[in-house]
Design a protein around this ligand. Structure first.
Ligand code: KIV
Length: 294
């Protein structure tokens, strides 16, 4: 089977084949995701929420993203990896954006980077990165890095003017070369219209069923995200229940001394331990020099 690459987004869109993505943030999650047959992984700055316990993605740093991306590329070496540029790693200057995208590729091993919005500097960056050989995924709608400007995590594009702005932004990003465009928390009708209007693949999250693909957060899919599950997410596994039950069994087994059992245990001749204790006693009473144990 041919490996998914940056160019595969457009091929799948042309073939009408749905693109399936989810996030991962560490080596263990990446292994599980790769084994599932998912097309591509996003190392999302949602790691601020899912892995670091912040209320927003704003505190996430470049070092957080580079470390997570490097771990995910190790766990899923055969999967296409997109990595997020975190808040203020590209908004302040073109040079910052180019440099930080380079870090995600060089130090993290990402195959593409993602940035939010279609403001003039973002469009310049998409163009510059694309010319430099860095595939870029765009992200519009409820872009979490702008949560303060939105006044909360609210569905975007609900009136005609806001919807028109999103269409204009999507077309602008497509024109400067994004390989795919994430549409987050917008009405399904608007997502369908954008998907029909642009050549690049749209990847929905809370954007209805008619995008070219779907992306969801690992923790929401696997039921390990705590009490809150966004309306657009579904638990495809009850991971927390399975893991809690397993760990409870571990607690009981240790208390009952049925674990570790023989198969988890290594032995030596009991004479080795008797001799070791004799050495320790000799050291303590001064009849053996510490040099003798080196
Ligand atoms: O950071 C993230 O996980 C994302 C997805 C929600 C698209 O950007």
């Amino acid at each position: 089977m041919q490996r998914f690459a940056a160019t595969t987004f457009a091929q799948y869109k042309a073939q009408g084949k749905r693109i399936v993505m989810c996030t991962a943030y560490d080596v263990a999650q990446a292994r599980i995701v790769q084994a599932s047959g998912i097309d591509a992984i996003l190392v999302g700055d949602s790691l601020g929420n899912t892995m670091l316990g912040y209320g927003t993605t704003l505190p996430v740093t470049m070092d957080d993203m580079v470390r997570a991306t490097a771990a995910v590329t190790k766990g899923a070496p055969d999967t296409f990896i997109v990595a997020d540029l975190p808040f203020m790693s590209y908004q302040a200057s073109y040079t910052d954006g180019m440099y930080n995208a380079g870090r995600l590729m060089k130090e993290g091993g990402a195959g593409a980077v993602k940035l939010e919005g279609a403001f003039p500097l973002a469009l310049d960056l998409v163009e510059g990165l694309t010319l430099a050989g860095v595939p870029v995924v765009g992200h519009l709608g409820l872009t979490p890095q702008s949560v303060n400007a939105f006044g909360g995590f609210k569905t975007q594009g609900k009136d005609a003017l806001a919807a028109a702005n999103l269409i204009i932004d999507a077309e602008a990003l497509a024109a400067v070369g994004v390989v795919a465009l994430v549409l987050e928390c917008i009405p399904a009708e608007l997502a369908r219209a954008i998907t029909a209007r642009i050549d690049c693949a749209t990847i929905g999250i809370g954007a209805g069923p008619d995008c070219d693909g779907e992306i969801q957060v690992f923790h929401d899919l696997c039921g390990v995200g705590g009490d809150f599950t966004p309306r657009h997410a579904r638990h495809f596994a009850e991971g927390a229940e399975v893991l809690t039950a397993g760990l409870s069994d571990y607690v009981a087994a240790v208390r009952e001394k049925t674990y570790p059992a023989e198969e988890q245990t290594t032995h030596v001749d009991s004479q080795v331990v008797a001799d070791a204790q004799a050495h320790v006693e000799a050291l303590l009473d001064g009849s053996l020099s510490p040099d003798a144990l080196v």
